[in-house]
Design a protein around this ligand. Structure first.
Ligand SMILES: N[C@@H](CCC(=O)N[C@@H](CS)C(=O)NCC(=O)O)C(=O)O
Length: 201
């Protein structure tokens, strides 16, 4: 058995796969891909992933891309420990949360990210404030989902692994922690104490 991960260290899409590999205690080799050098667009790399993006995961002869799909694959192929509920309803609920965190969150998240990437003097404070306030409203959903539970689905799951790169970036952007989202704050401390998450920080 041989797993290979084509990785760019700070890529959130790679980070969520590394969290799952660590949670499953799977050994793997890392192939560094330097996005700044456009190594993800070489003809050899495009044969692995026609989208020209990281991550790519190779498991023996299986070549995979798309981080969320890679994580579903890893969870099915290496079931121990299980990172998804077993019942269809639980599984669907987990996927709804992942979809919410990725798709529904994306426009406010990208708006803030793009603005913060600009030179300081070109950044618009109203745009930043607007995006941050949108994100805080969107984060309320997670605050409510966590409730009294340690993780988003109760037990640690793919939902937590898939969304943690977003949450850690939101900390970097100064959106989290937020006093109005105390459960999410405690959740983040719990997450960052996990060796799998420590390793990507
Ligand atoms: N939906 C893809 C997105 C992959 C993605 O956008 N990767 C970024 C790095 S975080 C990338 O490779 N960007 C370089 C490029 O698009 O050329 C996934 O979940 O794996």
């Amino acid at each position: 058995m041989m797993i290979k991960l084509y990785d760019f260290k700070s890529s959130p899409n790679c980070q969520r796969v590394k969290v799952v590999l660590a949670e499953k205690n799977l050994a793997y080799d890392t192939v560094p891909i330097d996005l700044r050098k456009q190594e993800q667009k070489t003809p050899e790399y495009l044969k692995l992933n026609p989208y020209g993006k990281v991550p790519v995961l190779i498991d023996d002869s299986t070549v995979l891309y798309e981080s969320l799909i890679i994580n579903e694959y890893l969870n099915e192929k290496y079931p121990d420990p299980p990172l998804m509920p077993k019942d269809p309803a639980g599984k669907a609920k987990a996927r709804i949360l992942i979809d919410y965190g990725m798709a529904h969150f994306d426009s406010a998240y990208q708006k803030l990210r793009m603005e913060l990437m600009k030179d300081l003097k070109e950044q618009s404070q109203p745009v930043i404030d607007g995006a941050k306030s949108d994100l805080k409203k969107l984060l309320q959903r997670f605050e409510d989902e966590i409730g009294e539970r340690p993780y988003l689905m109760g037990d640690f799951s793919l939902v937590d692994a898939d969304l943690i790169p977003r949450f850690t970036r939101l900390e970097g952007f100064g959106v989290l922690p937020d006093p109005s989202l105390p459960r999410l704050g405690k959740y983040m401390e719990r997450m960052k104490a996990r060796p799998s998450v420590k390793a990507i920080l």
